[in-house]
Write a protein that binds this ligand. Structure first.
Ligand code: SAH
Length: 343
């Protein structure tokens, strides 16, 4: 049975119209689900009895389940069990500007980035729209507060689950629903070029972040297998086209890995690569994990790298470290749980 949380308001309108109902029913159902936050059709008291019965027979309202939570100052990490028993995670961060959630988009990931914990567990499947939406609903319910920002940077590659991700964004952005501003939503990709091109044509103002992590193909080939399919030049062409079409600034994420991509030469090469592009660089101190050999760069090296970019007029920030005590690096909580089970 289809889950009601899989449907955008437009999908529901079409559904109601096709069954001879007024499309206004869609707004009513949406209001119950996303404003009043009821979890059953029986509670939708302004709908006729026979329509409620019909909806109950045709849609599920079931939810994914929270099975673990770890907390630290300003960060909460959730482990959710999906309908088929698979587990995914979401991270909530309290910033001074609001609450931001990092959602997962797939069960596992096939991109295989060498430094990433999620990639050690192969993709089992894409998340459905309802499983994406419910991460936001359940975390808002838990913190009893609004989420203001959403980043698609949890487990999985969002552009490898493109259609569901787009519907998810449509639902959480709906002003008559969860109402998360489009400029407060960020999609992060390891660089699937055809999807960046498709995304450019959507004409919606979401933020795009590219996990670049290397200034040249030699290093990127070593740490990100996706680079075999799409080279840095292809990514830069797609990004330039994206900026031309959307007039939006693009973010480049760059994890600093000790002795791999953190030299002064790398910083200079990165500056040259990004010169003149409307972008900013987010330098990410690597979150070490026990299963992976990479180490984080030391503070001095990170600051030197930062200074070189700055000197070359590249907009750059160093990401504040969140949650190194709560397994908040991509995929760590899920990986830990699965290991526990295997032990
Ligand atoms: N697949 C998408 C989104 C998920 S990964 C992407 O590649 O962008 C989200 C971000 O976390 C990516 O930039 C990824 O490279 C980074 N990341 C993965 N493991 C990390 C770790 N251990 N420490 C810091 N960042 C990490």
């Amino acid at each position: 049975m289809n889950n009601i949380y899989d449907y955008t308001k437009k999908d529901l309108e079409n559904y109601f119209l096709s069954m001879g109902e007024s499309k206004f029913r869609s707004s009513q159902v949406f209001d119950w689900l996303y404003i009043k936050r009821v979890k059953s059709f029986d509670e939708m008291t302004n709908l006729k009895k026979d329509l409620i019965t019909y909806l109950k027979n045709n849609f599920s309202t079931s939810f994914i389940k929270q099975v673990a939570k770890e907390e630290d100052v300003d960060v909460k990490k959730y482990l959710f069990e999906l309908f088929d028993g698979n587990k995914i995670e979401a991270v909530l961060m309290h910033h001074d500007y609001g609450n931001s959630i990092c959602v997962s988009t797939q069960v596992g990931c096939n991109m295989g980035c060498r430094f990433c914990e999620s990639g050690r567990l192969k993709k089992l499947r894409n998340l459905n729209v309802c499983e994406l939406v419910q991460q936001v609903l359940l975390v808002e319910e838990d913190i009893k507060d609004r989420i203001s920002h959403v980043v698609l940077m949890g487990i999985g590659e969002p552009f490898d689950n493109y259609d569901n991700v787009m519907k998810f964004i449509n639902i959480i952005n709906d002003p008559k629903g969860i109402n998360i501003g489009i400029r407060h939503i960020t999609v992060s990709t390891c660089g699937i070029v055809p999807k960046i091109n498709e995304f450019a044509n959507e004409k919606i103002g979401i933020n795009l972040a590219i996990s670049l992590h290397a200034p040249n193909n030699k290093i990127r080939d070593m740490i990100m297998p996706i680079n075999k399919a799409y080279k840095i030049d292809d990514i830069m062409d797609a990004v330039k086209d994206y900026i031309k079409k959307t007039n939006r600034r693009v973010t480049f994420e760059y994890i600093l890995l000790k002795d791999v991509n953190d030299s002064c030469e790398c910083a200079k090469e990165l500056s040259n690569l990004l010169k003149g592009i409307n972008c900013y660089v987010n330098l990410i101190p690597y979150n070490e994990t026990s299963n992976i050999k990479y180490k984080k760069s030391d503070k001095v090296t990170i600051n030197e790298f930062y200074d070189i970019l700055k000197k070359n007029n590249i907009n750059v920030t160093i990401r504040r470290e969140f949650g190194s005590n709560v397994s908040a690096a991509c995929g760590q909580l899920r990986s830990k749980q699965i290991k526990r089970k295997e032990d």
